[in-house]
Design a protein around this ligand. Structure first.
Ligand code: ZN
Length: 131
């Protein structure tokens, strides 16, 4: 992901991404909006649940990447059910979001990059020569 996008995520969610640097966002720019929305949702549930009363520490993300065409987000510690459901929802959405431009896409198997899968829209499929 381009540096400006990754910097923006780290700037807006400094607690969530306290272990990451901008080069650690290992996917293309099209998922920036998806990751930002996911971060906002996690932020919201974490603020209400992990108050100082419960003594639970604020969640910390260690990995953000594309694997087999799907968004994978890994946390430092085990997360609660609410965050697990959010991760599931957003990884499902990533399958249908072009990783290059963010428009509606679908999973494509690359012949060039053997066994690699990426979600692409029709025009990025044509233009990137990724297939
Ligand atoms: Zn596209």
């Amino acid at each position: 992901m381009r540096k400006e996008y990754a910097d923006d995520l780290i700037f807006n969610f400094p607690d969530l991404y306290r272990k990451l640097r901008n080069q650690d966002f290992e996917c293309d720019d099209g998922w920036y909006g998806l990751i930002k929305e996911l971060s906002e949702s996690i932020n919201k549930t974490s603020f209400t649940r992990n108050s100082s009363l419960t003594g639970k520490s604020y969640p910390s993300i260690l990995i953000v990447k594309q694997k087999f065409g799907i968004l994978r987000v890994t946390f430092e510690e085990e997360v609660d059910e609410e965050i697990t459901l959010l991760l599931k929802r957003y990884s499902d959405m990533s399958k249908e979001t072009c990783e290059i431009c963010g428009l509606k896409g679908s999973l494509q198997l690359s012949k060039k990059h053997s066994r690699n899968i990426k979600s692409l829209c029709d025009s990025c499929k044509q233009n990137t020569g990724w297939l």
